[in-house]
Design a protein around this ligand. Structure first.
Ligand SMILES: Nc1nc2c(ncn2[C@@H]2O[C@H](COP(=O)(O)OP(=O)(O)O)[C@@H](O)[C@H]2O)c(=O)[nH]1
Ligand SMILES: [Mg+2]
Length: 293
């Protein structure tokens, strides 16, 4: 591993597929390369990944288009050096933007040596959770009641085999975090920032990120609070500021008008919000600061 440079000041991006990692990366790339706003960390150099690819992500982001899921093995790995305010280097690593290797940890109980080594050398994790795509626990009794309500009651005695991928989001995430703490992974760092992405979708509920976590992901919240095995913080992050245009579905005039509103902001950075319990800012590098304290 060529990780000596960062002196252990390494933050790792984690999250299941669709958790908002690519969008965060796209918005972050815009923010740190456009340099129109002061950020806690500034861009230094790209260790892995290509400028061309990242510029394309940022361009889609500015245009208001949802990121494409075409991560290949090569461009799913992005690794960059940032500088803190005293000019010291910090490494931010996206070891798997697609999220498939994190999903494999849960589903296949498997982790590549490369990812394992990286996780072990990290100072902190940023774990992404998409607030708009949370799979809530669904009890069989609820399922039966729903089927009854729409007039197609389930036949008695029917069984549904358990499927790892359909497990509640919070179950998958608690397991991911637990795997980090156990042999053979057994990572050193205790720091994790939970990043609640697509925060614009739930901001209307007027909850703080902490309240959201407690109410919508109670198992994860309890694991973090009571387990006392992690030092953690939670952030609400809107990297888009609203829904973007999907390639697979033409926008309705209403949806288009909303994207137009975002496009018409004089500065695309104004689409970004980062909400902690104390602060509200446009700085996507903010959650790093606490991890590196
Ligand atoms: N409304 C909204 N949607 C978002 C935001 N960030 C991500 N999404 C959506 O969440 C989905 C998954 O995001 P993506 O970045 O591709 O996730 P990844 O698989 O972890 O890279 C996409 O449809 C995004 O448009 C946001 O800030 N606001
Ligand atoms: Mg992606």
């Amino acid at each position: 591993m060529t990780n000596m440079l960062h002196n252990g000041r390494l933050v790792i991006i984690a999250g299941l597929p669709e958790s908002g990692k690519t969008t965060y990366l796209a918005a972050l790339w815009h923010l740190i390369t456009a340099r129109t706003h002061t950020t806690k960390f500034t861009f230094d150099s790209l260790v892995k990944g290509e400028h061309k690819h990242l510029n394309a992500l940022a361009e889609r982001w500015r245009q208001g288009h949802v990121q494409i899921h075409t991560e290949t093995a090569a461009n799913s790995v992005v690794d960059m050096n940032l500088l803190d305010s005293s000019g010291e280097q910090v490494r931010l690593s996206f070891p798997d933007v697609s999220g498939e290797s994190y999903r494999d940890m849960w589903e296949a109980r498997d982790c590549t040596t490369e990812l394992a080594n990286l996780l072990r050398s990290g100072r902190g994790l940023m774990l992404f959770v998409n607030t708009d795509l949370i799979q809530a626990p669904l009890l069989t009794v609820q399922l039966a009641a729903q089927a009854q309500a729409i007039g197609v009651p389930l036949p008695p005695g029917q069984s549904q085999p358990w499927n790892a991928r359909e497990a509640p989001t919070q179950v998958q995430l608690v397991d991911l975090l637990q795997l980090c703490r156990l042999q053979p992974l057994d990572i050193d760092t205790k720091r994790v920032s939970i990043i609640l992405s697509a925060w614009d979708k739930v901001a209307i509920e007027l909850r703080t990120p902490q309240q959201f976590l407690r109410e919508r992901l109670p198992l994860l919240y309890q694991y973090l609070t009571i387990g006392n095995v992690w030092d953690w913080r939670v952030f609400g992050v809107s990297a888009q500021g609203g829904d973007y245009i999907r390639d697979d579905k033409p926008p309705t005039p209403e949806e288009l008008a909303k994207v137009e509103e975002l496009r018409n902001l004089d500065d695309p950075v104004r689409r970004i919000s980062v909400i902690s319990d104390v602060d509200h800012a446009h700085d996507l590098t903010e959650p790093l600061a606490w991890l590196l304290e």
